[in-house]
Design a protein around this ligand. Sequence first.
Ligand code: GLN
Length: 388
Amino acid sequence: MLPTGGWYAVDFLHMASLHSRTQLSKESIFAHMSRLAAAHGAINLGQGFPSNPPPAFLLEAAQRAIGVVDQYTPPIGLPRLREAVAEDLGVSPEDVVITAGGTEALHALAESLYGPGDEVVMFEPYFDVYIPQTRIAGAEPSMIPMRLTDRWEVDLPALERAITVRTQAILLTNPYNPTGSVFSRSEAEQIAALARKHDLWIISDEVYDELYFAEPPVRFRELAPERVFTVGSAGKRLEATGWRIGWIVTPPGLASKIAGMRQWSSFCSAAPLQAAVAEALPIARKTGFYQELRESYGRRKDLLEQGLRSLGLKTFAPAGTYFLTALLPDLDAERLVQEAGVAIIPGSAFYLQNPAPRGLFRFAFCKTADEIAQALERLERYLKQIKA
Ligand code: GLN
């Protein structure tokens, strides 16, 4: 029972208050749309997580590890997982830090690489965690809009113009979330050259590194190993986004510094799941799992793309990721969930300093073909209904 009476009211006045930084604790667009989708029984083509279970070889490895690998691992990660990641990417295990998913990896990097007064340049549309993480670290984002013609294009002269003496890092994803685009080799080389010229870090979020539909994406690390931090994700690669196992490949000599920062948040990632991913990474590589994944996602991408086009909608073909952007002018994402039963992410959620293209939405096609087909039917019905 709470005490009643005058003294309690006085005590209430002296209650501690939250730091103004908690302005940044507002529900993310992905959590928001997933919650709305569940509440309205909608098909969720919003948040990027697969509908299907992870591969059996991963699940079996986890079952074997629970009861065996149960205590803290070193903050830098379970040695055999650091080795497996290093082997897979052709880097030294000394430069690998294991994290609780890509999100914690990016957070540890933000905390480690910049602070008050610093600026971080990034492209717009952007993946949502980049802004709050930059600001929690005390720095300010500087956004370079991508051009949208028949496809998404990066504006490299604008990138150079945005760099100031305060700029510490260029933050990007490749393949790129939310556009699904992939940097060409020449674009990547020019970005690496800019980073070298202005002495900047590059944080390259490569969690979709195995999800591409044409040429494999350039690995930024290969262009400037001394200044590139690469972020990777077992959740994205092995279809287990809730496991929260990710990694960072650091420039030589910096892994223990970054791992030292994440000691103060999660300390280490789930130990048995690290062991399972260590076992699964070489199996995925050897058995052609990623190739199958690409083929299966390629089919679902085509299904969604053709379906949207046949509804007369403009789509922008992705070269990677499991996201597709399209224009659905005059539709509201929240009404769409309630009235059409389809959840997708509004483009405005990916813009901070520049206006979002009118009617831009992101669709996730990491869902079953059946869900995609049903979402298309629902959308068709809804579009007819609002026209009538
Ligand atoms: N990467 C996922 C997406 O873009 C979401 C991750 C998250 O919710 N933080 O949909």
